[in-house]
Design a protein around this ligand. Structure first.
Ligand code: NAP
Length: 272
């Protein structure tokens, strides 16, 4: 009866992970969300009643300590098997721009990078440390960071992908932090690893209004991705991606050499 805790569980990939996990009644599923009501409303709409929703912002250490206490009570002293650090600040402010676009206003890029690191790196670290004792008590002892190929320097260099600087820096830093956590805790039998879920359609059909310049930038980025993917670079539905991510989590182990690793959900170093 494995137990899972997923952060950023109110929407997007996080909610899909919770939904797929809850479809197996032998799982104990904990959903961490800063907007508890939004998570509960979605679960109620989908008629899912076997998920425990816990409120916490991942940048708030006090709230995370209280959340870990709440989780411990739910888990009844058995510990947590799998912690999935999924929550992230996916910046829209700088998604389409590159460093040359910001030469006259570096502050914008610096502030957005600080925010991205605050949530995506330090937030994941705070969650990990708050729940580490529970993971130590669990059977599977897996801590998974949902990262992104955007933080892979080989892909950046291969297709000269210059946009989304703050997000990419934060995911690159997250991968290094995961390796450092593995270097520190793998002797305790804990697997730390990063996984990229591929491109996931988490927009729910919402499309912001783009300017002509935005549209030209989108076209240039898409052309690069298509070259990388060798064809259409299509986004997967969230539940399909969640299933693939969960399969990778169950396949990959410390004994199999995955400590501190960064792979795509499909087990490769290609991020499509
Ligand atoms: N979508 C893709 O194509 C793609 C590709 C590669 C990697 N990823 C990674 O996959 C993960 C999920 O992506 P997504 O597309 O589902 O993102 P998303 O739709 O933007 O959802 C992000 C989630 O993180 C939560 N979150 C953000 N800041 C938080 C904070 N300070 N405390 C607690 N929760 C916070 C959000 O909560 P609220 O609902 O309260 O805002 C939301 O539930 C992310 O790590 C992302 O980097 C996504």
């Amino acid at each position: 009866m494995p137990s899972y805790l997923v952060t950023g569980a109110a929407r997007g990939l996080g909610y899909a992970l919770v939904k797929v996990l809850a479809s197996d009644p032998t799982n104990t599923v904990l959903a961490l969300a800063r907007n508890k009501k939004a998570a509960e409303d979605s679960l109620a709409t989908d008629r899912i009643s076997n998920v425990y929703v816990i409120a916490a912002d991942i940048t708030d250490e006090t709230a995370l300590k209280a959340a870990a206490k709440e989780a411990d009570a739910i888990l009844g002293g058995k510990g947590l098997d799998v912690l999935i650090n999924n929550a992230a600040y996916v910046s829209e402010k700088t998604a389409l721009t590159s460093i040359p676009d910001q030469e006259s206003d570096l502050q914008k890029i610096i502030e957005d990078t600080q925010r991205s690191i605050e949530v995506n790196v330090f937030g994941s670290l705070k969650v990990t440390i708050a729940f580490l004792d529970l993971v130590r008590q669990g059977q599977l002892k897996k801590v998974v960071a949902i990262s992104s190929g955007m933080g892979d320097i080989d892909m950046i260099n291969e297709i000269k992908l210059s946009n989304a600087v703050p997000y990419a820096i934060s995911k690159g830093a997250l991968n290094v932090m995961v390796a450092k956590l593995s270097a520190s805790y793998s002797d305790q039998g804990i697997l730390f690893m990063s996984l990229c879920p591929g491109r996931v359609d988490t927009t729910k059909g919402f499309m912001p209004e783009f300017t002509e310049i935005d549209l030209a930038r989108i076209k240039s980025i898409e052309t690069k991705f298509e070259k990388y993917a060798g064809g259409n670079y299509v986004a997967s539905p969230p539940e399909a991606s969640a299933r693939s991510v969960l399969a990778a989590i169950s396949r990959q182990s410390l004994a199999g050499g995955f400590g501190g690793s960064f792979y795509s959900h499909n087990g490769t170093k290609r991020w499509t």
